[in-house]
Ligand binder design. Structure first.
Ligand code: SF4
Length: 493
């Protein structure tokens, strides 16, 4: 009896399977959208399956430790170890290829600095002497702009608490200042994007009242006018109506449930003089340092900016310039812009610093560098080029547990960092992750200092271009000060 039942169940299943196969066969062969399925019904689906999963197969099984992009496994693993406080020590030698063009080397000193002669890296003041409330920034490494909304609530909360513990600042991104940014008590750099979210009046124009309200908060240390970001220079965006919840609307200063447009440029800033006017206005109203964030496309912008400052007076200069390399990418961006727009930080940073030196503004304007600077070596390179600070978004995302699934724009982030799905956010436990944020920041600073000491420097602010060498196409390295010689000052002091 039982065997008769098993046989009929088997026949039934085989029948159902045959029916399903026939149905999909007919559907594939008659549809007109996909050539592969029309020519290879049923089996053609394997292509789409592997195309979808190929990224993950490559990530876990096939790609070498140093091959993946934007961040290879070795780099990600290093950040995870820093964030967990497991140290950056390895055994049996490095897999970093010292012979590959572009390889980064530091010039070790024959007589390194003794332990007892090391000095803590001093804080650097931003806007000192040029505004009522200058900002003394303690950490070399800081959290780059990421908006609440792009980041989930637990991600912002963990970053805020971690930043407060490690003593670094957190940039709000252009989405306004949320209560979650303030929760940990860290220093805040308030970003002003093209839509003026968080600092706009009912008509979308910059509001002095809102600026004053924000400046009254002690945590808000500086304001940053964003001209562009490395991932998508010259591209605005639309915040769809369904994402404009009551809370987002309140934080950004826009109507609930209506789509909101970020223009691709500040409508009220069309040239360097208007930019400097805006900087002056925000600084006058808030009394706090005001700088700009921009990707760099060529030398013209920096030359025009420096010339305008010297024409108008040094007091009109931005208090800082945050240079974002074309490899920046924590925000969702069209591939054409992400792949091809703006200079990489390797080229942009030394040129920005050179423009400031040539025009006699280097001591007036602080420089921050960003663009895949997630390791201590890359951060030390940026300091050697002339940066005062290093900003990273994705380094801190890794510290929160990002696995580079690259679904940030799809609301399906598996680690809860960039999704509004509460079930996925559950995976990001603030109590656990803020400590990793703090560890990552502290260990980055510590390792940058370690590299400085090996170069014979007392601390990280003593780096110069001559401490770095870059391997060239012929396999030999060239000192950074030969590749980018320090320029002469062309504006008399
Ligand atoms: S895990 Fe993926 S989706 Fe989430 S933040 Fe990282 S890259 Fe973006």
């Amino acid at each position: 009896m039982q065997s008769v039942f098993s046989v009929s169940l088997g026949v039934l299943l085989a029948l159902l399977l045959a029916l399903a196969v026939s149905y999909f066969y007919l559907r594939d062969i008659t549809q007109k959208k996909h050539a592969i399925l029309r020519n290879y019904p049923i089996v053609g689906h394997l292509r789409y399956f592997f195309e979808e999963l190929g990224e993950y197969f490559r990530q876990y099984f096939f790609l070498g430790d140093r091959e993946e992009r934007p961040f290879n496994r070795s780099t990600r693993a290093w950040v995870y170890r820093m964030a967990k406080g497991e140290g950056g020590v390895l055994g049996f030698g490095s897999t970093y290829n010292l012979h590959e063009p572009g390889a980064l080397l530091f010039v070790n000193a024959p007589f390194a600095i003794l332990e007892e002669d090391r000095q803590p890296t001093p804080p650097a003041a931003i806007g000192e002497g040029w505004c009522r409330a200058p900002f003394s920034a303690r950490s070399v490494v800081n959290i780059s702009g990421m908006s609440y909304g792009a980041l989930s609530k637990p991600a912002v909360r963990a970053l805020s608490r971690g930043a407060a513990d490690a003593g670094c600042w957190m940039d709000t991104g252009e989405g306004g200042l949320s209560p979650y940014h303030l929760e940990g008590g860290c220093d805040i750099v308030m970003q002003i994007g093209t839509a003026k979210y968080g600092v706009r009046d009912a008509d979308g124009r910059l509001s002095d009242v809102k600026l004053r309200e924000l400046a009254a908060l002690e945590a808000v240390r500086a304001f940053e006018i964003k001209l562009s970001q490395g991932a998508k220079p010259g591209k605005g965006g639309v915040l769809p109506a369904e994402k404009v919840s009551e809370e987002i609307a309140r934080i950004r200063g826009i109507p609930v449930g209506q789509s909101s447009l970020s223009p691709n440029r500040h409508p009220d800033i069309a040239n360097v003089d208007q930019l400097l006017d805006m900087i002056l206005r925000v600084r006058d109203v808030t009394g706090k340092p005001v700088g700009i964030k921009t990707a760099i496309g060529g030398w013209q912008f920096m030359n025009m900016l420096c010339d305008a400052v010297n024409r108008r007076g040094i007091g009109d200069a931005p208090d800082f310039i945050a240079v974002d390399g074309g490899e920046g990418g924590s925000g969702a961006a069209p591939q054409a812009l992400a792949d091809h727009m703006a200079l990489s930080i390797d080229e942009a940073l030394p040129r920005v610093v050179d423009a400031l030196i040539e025009s006699g503004l280097r001591d007036r304007v602080r420089v921050m560098a960003a663009g895949q600077l997630v390791t201590s070596a890359r951060a030390a390179w940026a300091l050697a080029c002339g940066a005062d600070f290093v900003n990273t978004a994705r380094g801190f995302m890794f510290s929160l547990g990002c696995i580079q699934a690259m679904r940030c724009h799809a609301n399906t982030c598996p680690t809860g960092i960039t999704t509004h799905n509460e079930r996925l956010q559950r995976g990001l436990v603030v109590e656990e992750k803020w400590q990793r944020v703090a560890n990552y920041c502290r260990n980055m600073n510590k390792e940058i200092d370690m590299i400085a000491h090996s170069c014979g420097l007392h601390h990280a602010r003593e780096f110069k271009r001559e401490h770095v060498r870059i391997v060239q196409a012929d396999g030999r390295s060239t000192a950074l000060n030969m590749l980018y010689p320090y320029p002469l000052r062309r504006v008399p002091s």
